[in-house]
Design a protein around this ligand. Structure first.
Ligand SMILES: Nc1ncnc2c1ncn2[C@@H]1O[C@H](COP(=O)(O)OP(=O)(O)O)[C@@H](O)[C@H]1O
Ligand SMILES: CC(=O)N[C@@H](CCC(=O)OP(=O)(O)O)C(=O)O
Length: 301
């Protein structure tokens, strides 16, 4: 299975380069002042050169007048930290089973390491990024996730300190946007008794996009998009088609919360929801600023 080809600007003729750049104008005009929520998946951020490209793309979007908001993941990075402690990460239906010790590692890796790395890279690229967790400014209120088995609804799984979102108060994000900052958000929430919750980053990105009335939600991951059983890219999916893919087991693991978050956002009024390959340099930029479509687009109907 090969990813869709994204033109490498260094290896194409100047005239074609100019044409690609000229294509951007109507998109810059259309999305000026609009919020774009970008989920940067832990699997898409493993290569330092790609991380730098990502940061530069985010800054470019900001400089041409859009309001990018980054929600980051860090699943593989948490796994690595756990393995150094002799612990193995376990997942049920795409959610990490989070005991007390795991929660400490999750917080440290997400808010202490991954978030700060992304903030540093965006600032180095000329932006003004500010790192937040769901606790800051009362952004993400959560409660313990009640997880029912996807095949047998009478079975409930206890996944520990995993949260589901109760409400989002976007005022801190809006205040940062108004002052031209780029928010970089770790998917951690707080509960009624001030307890901490580990929340899947795709779910946070989906809900935040809805609450911010974002124009677009871009989910950057490590596959070309949603694939069918034979590995072929599905470029467009409706809610009904997604139900079928859930039912026949085509979608599994980390793709389960990703599609759920994407569908929530689409149903919640986000105009364009895309799952794209974060391993392809500048795929996000070309998706937003050119006539080309990459990855899978999720539709609510
Ligand atoms: N139908 C599918 N199409 C594409 N990927 C799928 C599918 N079903 C399960 N997956 C898995 O979902 C993974 C992406 O989710 P995840 O590992 O959580 O990534 P991220 O860190 O980007 O959130 C893919 O790498 C793949 O292993
Ligand atoms: C509850 C839950 O599973 N939380 C995730 C949070 C990070 C995340 O979502 O990272 P990716 O986007 O890279 O998968 C975790 O602990 O791995």
């Amino acid at each position: 299975m090969t990813a869709p080809t994204v033109p490498d600007l260094q290896h194409i003729a100047p005239r074609e380069q100019a044409e690609i750049l000229a294509q951007a104008l109507p998109y810059i005009r259309k999305f000026h002042g609009k919020t774009i929520v970008i989920k940067y998946g832990g699997n898409a951020m493993t290569d330092p050169a790609l991380q730098q490209d990502f940061a530069e793309d985010v800054v470019l979007l900001k400089l041409v007048g859009m309001n990018p908001v980054v929600v980051h993941g860090g699943g593989p990075q948490i796994d690595e930290a756990l393995s150094r402690l002799g612990k193995k990460g376990t997942f049920i239906q795409g959610m990490r089973v989070t005991d007390e010790e795991t929660m400490e590692v999750v917080e440290w890796v997400l808010a202490g390491q991954v978030q700060q790395d992304i903030v540093g890279l965006i600032n180095q690229a000329g932006g003004k990024a500010v790192g937040l967790t769901g606790r800051d400014g009362g952004l993400i209120r959560a409660r313990k996730l009640k997880m029912v088995d996807k095949n047998d609804p009478s079975v409930e799984h206890d996944v520990g300190q995993v949260g589901e979102i109760e409400s989002i108060d976007p005022s801190v994000v809006k205040a940062l946007q108004d002052d031209q900052f780029i928010p970089v958000i770790s998917p951690l929430g707080f509960g009624a008794n001030n307890e901490n919750y580990n929340i899947n980053a795709d779910v946070v990105a989906g809900k935040l996009a809805e609450v911010l009335k974002a124009e677009k939600l871009m989910l950057l991951t490590n596959t070309p998009g949603v694939l069918d059983k034979s590995g072929k890219l599905l470029t467009n999916l409706s809610a009904r088609e997604i139900d079928e893919l859930f039912a026949d087991g085509t979608i599994s693991g980390g793709m389960l919360p990703k599609i759920a978050g994407a569908l929530d956002a689409a149903k919640g009024g986000v105009n364009a929801v895309h799952i794209i390959d974060g391993r392809v340099p500048h795929a996000m930029l070309l998706e937003i600023l050119s006539d080309q479509a990459y990855g899978t687009m999720i539709r609510s109907h």
